[in-house]
Write a protein that binds this ligand. Sequence first.
Ligand code: F6R
Length: 608
Amino acid sequence: MCGIIGYAGGKQAAPVILKGLERLEYRGYDSSGIAVIDGERIDVIKTCGKIKALYAKTDCGAKPNGTVGIGHTRWATHGVPSDVNSHPHTSQDGRFSIVHNGIIENFAELKAELTAHGIKFAGDTDSEVIAQLMQYLYDGDVLGTLRLVTERLIGSYAIGMICTETPDVVYAVRKDNPLVIGLGKNENFIASDIAAALEYTHDFVQLGESEFAKLTAHAVTFYDVNGTPVEKTPYRVDWDISQAEKSGYPHFMLKEIYEQPRALTETVRPRIRGNEITLDRIALDAKNANTFDKIDIIGCGSAYHAGIVGKAFMEKYCRIRVNCMLASEYIYSDPITDNRTLTIIISQSGETADTLAALRLAKKLGSHTVAIVNVMESAIAREADDVLYTHAGPEIAVATTKGYTTQVAALYLIGLKIAKIKHTVSDARYNELLSEIEKLPNKVQTILDDISQIKDYAEKYAEHKCVFFIGRGTDYAASLEGALKLKEISYIHAEAYAAGELKHGTISLIEKGTITLALVTQSALQPKMLSNIKAVQSREGTVLCVATPKTKDVGSDADGLLVIPDGDDDVTPVLTAVVLQIFAYYVAAKRGCDIDKPRNLAKSVTVE
Ligand code: F6R
């Protein structure tokens, strides 16, 4: 939700900031802007629309002039997307310019107070109060005033700021929203995400909760909440900038779909030694694995869907109760959680506000927390007791693909490890499953080697208004993710149903022309699925089956059949997911949708 960047260095700031904003555009893309210090004044250029509109308005970064500046790409929360509501926001006296990611919950009170003191607001955003409050409270000490301002703010924020009084400096502060500091050579950066600065540096410092940073071209100083200087240890990121570029693919989503064999390999291979699963520093041994009487898995959106797959796997093999919950529901549900609960928190970005709040609540209730996260040093990774990185590499497309499949693979590893410790899986079955998990990257590659049939079906059905996804067991879990993928990028109404539930109401929607994707990868459930498929066909619905070589007979009377590689029923959700991602991608491509940046969405949802 909103991307911010700041630059202090020897180069012209505008081109660096624009490039950075392009890399952050996945976080929000309804408007953008840039502010640069030019001598004694701040020049601001901002516009509604995507970054390419800002490129046009700045003559491709030829203006504004100056070497210190800030930029922002917006996902509107307060105030419609418009030029005036775009960030940066500047104080009425022109002295301070700020960019903000988050929500200032008490902005209305602050605005009323400032207005009563004669300050005139230019737009309707909550963020503008930060700039105006800076002007109102300014006492000659910029950092000190920024501290006073943050003391008045209720809500969440990552703020970047420049000031005409200190033309060499970019200021930063954060609370409950991400902000990293990039340490370059004679140049330094602030950014919502490392991708924005990865072209210039691989050395980063994570700004802590309520910490401040003051950057010039040659130095970065950090301060705690009281303004006392603090030492911070940088970390090195080994992601390559090419991973944050399209590399010839028309969309990041397609590139990331194709990266899944490598991403899954990174998640799985380093953790399997012989027939042992080693989960980095996660403390799972006989003593503590047996102290848990239940597991809670928590996430949002696709991460939650990964959790549902994980729940089925863990309950089956660990013989322990597993709840899978939406983070936004968990935090207000008075959960029955204590030190006998193992809480697994799933988040690709590691920054999702609801998920972070759920993690904090689970910890407060005494639960041991393990986070499955992709982005290193993100808030969830830092705050969880243990972290298992998926190592999927940067995911830029708003719709997750490799983020999701690697989360599922990580859950398999954790589940199988616990099952082994608890002796709830036989050695033979353990070895079989381990070998099947190891084979997943190659099987995904087999799907990717020939996507023509999936593409053909996608293009054939692209103009339909309504698509159902049905399945039983883990096929139902996979249906949830397939439907989400389709609806978010193609804007086609898509619903996932447990196949047996259809007859309890929803079947009334099936009519001639309704498309149903029936997932039939669970051999034991094939006869039941056949009955459900027949029921859809009896209402003149069109059925496309996704099956395995073992279950493909189910598709003999269907309107279409996609066969995924043969494998163990318990790990097929990863393969099904890849097929459904490709299907959704080509439906959306055929409809001419903005695949990487679907309307109304943003990656990294840092507001509740
Ligand atoms: C859907 C999608 C979202 C995310 C959700 C959680 O394609 O990407 O549903 O899965 O917003 O995000 P993370 O995993 O970053 O917490």
